[in-house]
Design a protein around this ligand. Structure first.
Ligand code: BGC
Length: 441
């Protein structure tokens, strides 16, 4: 097929996926409206969940265990804070809830809360030295309704995790019970927090301008520092659960993807913008282009849901057409993919990735406008996640959109990578919880 034959469908796709500045403005305004509605207790696609945490002082110190439960992968860290902005990760273990050899999978509906938390407790046991006491911070990257620092009921699983008996239950109690079953009395859970909140805490430990944090990884979400929470009148970090935001245009591919998910109709921003879904969106578009004869990639692979992953998109965007063809033929088990076809798939992937970055940037603008309509202060937006860190062009596109929208005022907004923020943030949160406890005692 000639390049010119696929030009028109690619241009049509481009028109559907583009987020021009005017659209960015509308989305930012809609996001801000949803924030205001949620804060006033009205219906909203955002949840604005309280964290019971304020920003750190930078003086938090001590040794802590941090659990970073982000999705299929869980990490346990032993972290030391020196009380002067210094952080040392003394030990770090990562493990998957899904055994690559297929012996267990704690993410499916067949697994139970007890199995899942026993597995986590077993991993904690490998890291602690008996006879010492470890306050623990638990980053749990799912929407939770908190009633205090250490009580957090899971509202709903996201990111296609389904373990039974966790939704509607208190994560703090589930972990505590598992630690008891293992007689791990030296580990004292102090606080549960969302990964966005952890990222904000970790970044604010050294940069006091940080008042927004976001995860652009497997999932997507943003939190921010509300100077005056309507309930308490006090400052508090709020988890917007922005992955559920839904006031932006969807394409037929977004709808198709959503229909086949665990929870259709929910997490629409996440399903258009997060790493878990970008490969699948690209695959659905490619499949459609193949059916219409614009691309000549046939075979079972391209019809297999989620056969293209975020990492594949990153490889496609980073490489020359020839290596792109190699990525696709490996992924879809094909003997040959032509360089032109690979180039077109890379173009599609680029559009899907760019839209994600523009949508996310628009939501940041909504939060900035809520916090500081005239942009009189400096703001740092701390971002963690594989998409932001590793997807070629992603971070640049977020910054470009903000720059284009804010013009000269963009100098007051810094967007930076806060790597491993959610784990370190859990340690900082545990330190804050400890000192609050001591103050009360
Ligand atoms: C969850 C959020 C989380 C985000 C990033 C989403 O699926 O709902 O709570 O912050 O993923 O991990």
């Amino acid at each position: 097929m000639e390049n010119t034959d696929r030009q028109q469908p690619l241009e049509r796709l481009q028109a559907q996926l583009a987020v021009p500045l005017e659209r960015v403005r509308e989305i930012a305004a809609a996001f801000q409206q949803e924030m205001t509605a949620a804060l006033a207790g009205r219906d909203s696609s955002l949840k604005m969940l309280p964290s019971y945490l304020d920003r750190p002082t930078g003086e938090e110190r001590g040794e802590f265990i941090a659990i970073d439960f982000g999705g299929t992968n869980v990490r346990i860290l032993r972290v030391e804070l020196d009380g002067a902005g210094g952080v040392t990760v003394c030990d770090r273990r990562g493990f998957s809830l899904k055994d690559p050899a297929g012996k267990y999978d704690y993410t499916t509906a067949e697994s139970t809360a007890v199995q899942l938390f026993d597995f986590i407790a077993e991993k904690i046991a490998e890291l602690v030295v008996p006879d010492r006491e470890y306050p623990l911070g638990h980053t749990f990257s799912f929407p939770c309704q908190q009633t205090s620092l250490n009580q957090a009921v899971l509202l709903t699983w996201t990111k296609e995790i389904r373990a039974a008996g966790v939704e509607g239950n208190d994560i703090g109690e589930l972990l505590q019970a598992a630690l008891r079953r293992r007689s791990l009395t030296c580990v004292r859970p102090r606080v549960i927090l969302n990964d966005t909140v952890g990222t904000l805490l970790a970044a604010a430990y050294t940069d006091t301008d940080t008042d927004i944090a976001s995860i652009c990884g497997t999932g997507h979400n943003t939190c921010y520092h509300e100077p005056c929470h309507p309930l308490t009148g006090q400052p508090m970090i709020l988890n917007a659960e922005s992955g559920n935001f839904n006031r932006f245009p969807l394409t037929k591919y977004d709808r198709e993807l959503d229909r086949a998910t665990e929870k259709p109709g929910t997490q629409l921003l996440e399903k258009t913008a997060a790493g878990r879904y970008l490969g699948e969106l690209t695959r659905l578009i490619v499949k459609d282009f193949c059916a219409d004869g614009y691309l000549a990639i046939a075979g079972e692979g391209v019809n297999r849901p989620y056969s293209l992953r975020g990492e594949d998109l990153a490889a496609l965007l980073a490489q020359e057409a020839v290596s792109g063809a190699k990525v696709l033929s490996e992924r879809w088990v094909l003997s040959h993919v032509s360089a032109t076809d690979a180039e077109s798939v890379a173009l599609v992937a680029r559009m899907v990735v760019k839209r994600s970055a523009c949508l996310v940037a628009a939501t940041f603008l909504g939060v900035l406008h809520h916090l500081d309509p005239e942009l009189q202060r400096r703001h740092t937006i701390a971002v963690d996640g594989s998409l932001y860190e590793k997807m070629p062009g992603y971070a640049e596109e977020i910054k470009r959109t903000l720059q284009e929208f804010l013009g000269d005022q963009a100098v007051r907004v810094k967007v930076c990578l806060s790597k491993d923020g959610s784990g370190v943030g859990a340690a900082i949160a545990a330190a804050r919880a400890e000192s609050m406890k001591k103050r009360k005692a």
